[in-house]
Design a protein around this ligand. Structure first.
Ligand SMILES: Cc1ncc(COP(=O)(O)O)c(C=O)c1O
Length: 348
C-alpha cells in the first residue's frame, strides 16, 4: 500500500531510532530532562520566541495557548475550517471557556478588514469581548496552503492595534517556511503564542511545542501539568524532535516537489486537481465531477490502486499527502494507478 492519507503516518527512521536509543533522560516534570530542555531551547530560538514547552500533541499545544491568552466568556476569532474549531472536540470552549466566531476565509486566510469588521468591544455589561485571533499556517483544510508573510504581518499589526492576542497554529509551520523560503522565526516571532508539531512532516512518533513569552509559558507549564501533560523521562521521544530539527526540515522541499509532481501527473491524466492549491505537501482531488461518492473513491483507490487517500472537510474532495516515507517511485506508481482506479481515461 502507498500511504498518502496523512503526513502523520510516518515510521521513525533508523537514524531517529538511534537518537531515541541514545537519549540522555531525566524527570521532565522537574525540568531535569536534558534532552527535553535542549529541545525546548532550540524550538524557542527557531520560532523567534522566548520560551517553548514540550507537550504530547499539537492539540494540547493549541488548547494551552488559547487558555494562556484569554478569560472564560471571551471570544476567539478563527477561520471556519481551522483545526482548533473543527477538530479539537470543542476544546476552546471546554478548556478556555471561549466563545468561538468563525470567519469565512479564502484559501484558509482572512485579512485585517475582516477582523476589524468582526471584533467586538465590550463595556463589561453584555457583550463578550473579542480577545484572541488564531490563524493556521499552513492551513490544513484548504490543502496545506501558505499564508504569505506580508498578509501575516498585516493581520498581526491590526490585531495589535485592536489589542487582540494572536495565536499561530503552526502545526505545519515548517512546511510554510520551507515553501516560502522565509525563516520560521520571521513568520512565528510576532505572535503571542505558537504551536509547532513534530509528528507531522518532521517524522517524529509524537510531540509538539507551544511557544511564547517567559510570562505566558510560565502559565503554559502550569496548564500542561493540569492537563496531565507533564511527563517523566520524556527525553526518550524529545530526542526524536532534536533529530528531526537537524535532519528533516530542509527535506520538506522533497515532499513539496513530490506533491507537485503527483498533482501535475493526475491533472494531465484528467483527474480533477486544482494545481493552484498545491503549495506544500497536500494534493486535493475533487471526485465530485467524476460522479463517484468519496467513500467509494477511497475504497476503489485502496482496493484497485493500492493507494490510501483520506477525506477532507469538503464533501467531494479527497486528499493525498506526501511525507518522509513516500518515494519518487511511490509517486510515479500512484500517479498511474489513481486515474485508472477512478476510471479516468488517460489523455494522450
Ligand atoms: C493544523 C493542525 N493543528 C493541530 C493539529 C493537531 O495535531 P494532533 O492531532 O497531533 O494533536 C493538526 C492535526 O492534524 C493540524 O492539522
Amino acid at each position: 500500500m502507498i500511504e498518502l492519507r496523512s503526513d502523520t503516518k510516518t515510521q521513525p527512521s533508523p537514524g531517529m531510532r538511534e537518537a531515541i536509543a541514545n537519549a540522555v533522560v531525566g524527570d521532565e516534570q522537574r525540568r531535569e530532562d536534558p534532552t527535553v530542555n535542549e529541545l525546548e531551547r532550540r524550538v524557542a530560538e527557531f520560532l523567534g520566541q522566548e520560551e517553548s514547552v514540550y507537550v504530547p500533541t499539537a492539540t494540547m499545544a493549541n488548547e494551552i495557548a488559547l487558555r494562556t491568552l484569554s478569560e472564560p466568556g471571551a471570544e476567539l476569532i478563527a477561520e471556519e475550517n481551522a483545526h482548533l474549531l473543527l477538530s479539537e472536540l470543542g476544546g476552546p470552549a471546554v478548556f478556555a471557556g471561549l466563545m468561538t466566531r468563525p470567519i469565512r476565509g479564502q484559501r484558509g486566510r482572512f485579512g485585517p478588514d475582516e477582523v476589524q469588521r468582526m471584533v467586538r468591544r465590550t463595556d463589561h455589561t453584555h457583550t463578550p469581548p473579542t480577545q484572541v485571533v488564531a490563524i493556521e499556517n499552513t492551513h490544513n483544510a484548504s490543502g496545506g496552503r501558505v499564508w504569505p508573510l506580508e498578509e501575516v504581518q498585516a493581520l498581526v499589526a491590526t490585531c495589535r492595534e485592536l489589542e487582540l492576542s494572536v495565536h499561530l497554529d503552526g502545526a505545519r509551520l515548517l512546511n510554510a517556511a520551507v515553501a516560502s523560503g522565509v525563516p520560521a522565526a520571521e513568520i512565528a516571532g510576532t505572535f503571542d503564542t505558537v504551536t509547532l508539531c513534530l509528528s507531522k512532516g518532521l517524522g517524529c512518533p509524537l510531540g509538539a511545542l507551544v511557544a511564547g513569552s517567559h510570562e505566558l509559558m510560565r502559565n503554559g507549564r502550569r496548564l500542561k501539568h493540569q492537563f496531565g501533560g507533564a511527563m517523566r523521562q520524556a527525553g526518550i521521544v524529545a530526542a526524536a524532535g532534536i533529530y528531526a530539527l537537524d535532519h528533516n526540515v530542509e527535506r520538506l522541499a522533497d515532499d513539496h516537489s513530490r506533491a507537485r509532481r503527483l498533482a501535475e501527473g493526475l491533472h494531465a491524466a484528467g483527474v480533477p486537481v486544482d494545481l493552484e492549491q498545491v503549495e506544500t505537501n497536500f494534493v486535493q482531488l475533487d471526485v465530485g465531477p467524476l460522479g463517484i461518492p468519496r467513500n467509494e473513491a477511497l475504497d476503489r483507490l485502496r482496493d484497485d490502486a493500492g493507494v490510501l487517500l483520506s477525506t477532507t472537510v469538503h464533501p467531494t474532495v479527497v486528499r493525498a499527502v506526501t511525507h518522509l516515507d513516500v518515494s519518487d517511485a511511490d509517486v510515479d506508481e500512484a500517479g498511474e494507478a489513481i486515474p485508472r482506479a477512478l476510471g479516468v481515461l488517460v489523455r494522450a
